[in-house]
Design a protein around this ligand. Structure first.
Ligand code: HEC
Ligand code: HEC
Ligand code: HEC
Length: 376
């Protein structure tokens, strides 16, 4: 067959203009009601699966999914995902059933993806589908927690889901307007007693009121990145923040937890009380020791070890964000090894904190640049 290359070239040159013209006269139906052509549907899914598979190759999968954070992820799922994907015992809303593409029932889908692929989808979302990216780009740990939750979804009963996601609150209020509704929102993850329903959630009972309030502001304004708390802080009306902070600050202080290894706790206690001048690590208790110091310095006694470890890693990696005083902590965390972090977390989880020297009596340069032998 003779091919007239001149004609082919002209046709190819005209094609883009023809497509723009067709779009301009409204040839392409963008209505969702009639669905995609079969071929478009096939192609879009083919492209999506291939892209996810390829980009997931670059994902660093942790050796173990963070099962201790499943409750928090379930709590976030209820606010951030169930509206489109439904949840055990809660079918998708009729409005969502008319979306194109339809957000799938994830319990039926998760088994067809690897952990790295789920991570990729949940962190970055899917273009042209309505599937959103994770609210904070800097919190891979939260995304892994969600992957850990998604893995459990297929086997999760309606009761087990309700307990995980809502706790004693029993349900989710879309727009918490009254103080009681706002408080119920917090108890879904922090518990009615403010001690945290999982070890990924900080104790906020008896924490300093001003630190709690400033932290809520920092989350809402994204100065402290967290997909989970960012969404919650924005969902709850600002005028309740002060009362919520006061409420939790007034709850009784938790007992120290006793399940840590004695050797870890001992090493952590020494480092917290004395620091390590050789490695430029200041004594933590100078700032975190007793109740009556700068209200911007949070109390750490009785915080769950996994939460403390995670926060220290975030500080060390420069990802923690803060209420305005985080520069101090980033300096402090930089020289910490993984082992230091494990011992410190074990100590603070069990600690009944001694009254350490107050911040006023410690000199500033002593805190930031503890003296090593070479400086003497
Ligand atoms: C506004 C609606 C919407 C929200 C909110 C939403 N998604 Fe999606 N999601 C979608 C849509 C639509 C798809 C289908 C994409 C496709 O078919 O290519 C999807 C796909 C997915 C997939 C891939 C499933 C598959 O096999 O195609 C996963 C996993 C997922 N979402 C998890 C989540 C998680 C976790 C959240 C909450 C953090 C969430 N989604 C929030 C709409 C949503
Ligand atoms: C879906 C679960 C969830 C809900 C609901 C929730 N929180 Fe949180 N909260 C968390 C997690 C997880 C963190 C730790 C986030 C991080 O890594 O920064 C946190 C952290 C906090 C902190 C910082 C504490 C510290 O020690 O630094 C405050 C303050 C806080 N939450 C208050 C609230 C209040 C008030 C509400 C109700 C309006 C609420 N939270 C609702 C899970 C939740
Ligand atoms: C110079 C004072 C100072 C010293 C010393 C210090 N911290 Fe902090 N730390 C802070 C401040 C201020 C914050 C609050 C940051 C913010 O969110 O604004 C904080 C926050 C933290 C948090 C997060 C608490 C939470 O609820 O999220 C942890 C964990 C922590 N510090 C551990 C340590 C450890 C461990 C040491 C010792 C190695 C240490 N800190 C030494 C000032 C200090």
């Amino acid at each position: 067959m003779h091919v007239d290359w001149k004609h082919v070239a002209v046709a190819l040159a005209i094609l883009p203009f023809a497509v723009v013209f067709a779009a301009w006269i409204g040839f392409f139906n963008v209505g969702a009601s009639s669905g995609h052509w079969k071929i478009t549907d096939w192609f879009l899914h083919f492209a999506m699966r291939s892209a996810v598979r390829t980009y997931a190759l670059a994902v660093d999968t942790p050796p173990e999914l963070p099962s201790h954070a499943v409750q928090t992820a379930a709590g976030h799922y209820a606010r951030g995902c169930a509206i489109c994907h439904g949840a055990p015992g809660e079918p998708r809303s009729p409005a969502v059933l008319r979306m194109l593409p339809l957000p799938p029932d994830l319990a039926e889908r998760v088994d067809s993806w690897s952990d790295a692929e789920l991570f990729r989808i949940v962190k970055h979302g899917v273009r042209f589908t309505g599937m959103p990216a994770w609210p904070s780009e800097r919190r891979d740990d939260e995304v892994w927690a969600m992957v850990s939750f998604l893995r459990r979804l297929p086997a999760l009963s309606a009761e087990a889901y309700r307990d995980l996601a809502y706790g004693q609150a029993g349900s989710l209020v879309d727009r918490p307007l009254t103080f009681q509704q706002a408080l119920a929102e917090c108890t879904r993850c922090h518990g009615v007693d403010g001690r945290g329903r999982s070890t990924a959630t900080p104790v906020i009972a008896s924490q300093k009121e001003s630190y709690l309030l400033r932290s809520l502001e920092a989350y809402a304004e994204d100065r402290r990145p967290s997909g989970v708390m960012g969404v919650v802080a924005r969902a709850v009306d600002r005028r309740h923040w002060q009362d919520l902070a006061a409420h939790f600050a007034a709850l009784p202080r938790p007992q120290g937890r006793e399940d840590a290894e004695a050797a870890l706790v001992e090493a952590g206690e020494k480092l917290a009380a004395e620091g390590d001048p050789l490695r430029h690590i200041p004594a933590c208790l100078v700032c975190h020791g007793s109740q009556d110091r700068n209200p911007a310095f949070p109390s750490l006694a009785g915080q769950p070890a996994p939460y403390v470890e995670q926060q220290l890693r975030l500080f060390r990696d420069g990802l923690r964000g803060d209420t305005g005083y985080g520069r101090l902590m980033r300096e402090v965390a930089r020289p910490l090894s993984d082992n230091d972090i494990a011992t410190l977390a074990a100590y603070f989880a069990t600690a009944e904190l001694p009254q350490a020297r107050s911040i006023e009596s410690a000199r500033d340069d002593e805190i930031y640049h503890p003296r090593g032998p070479s400086d003497r």
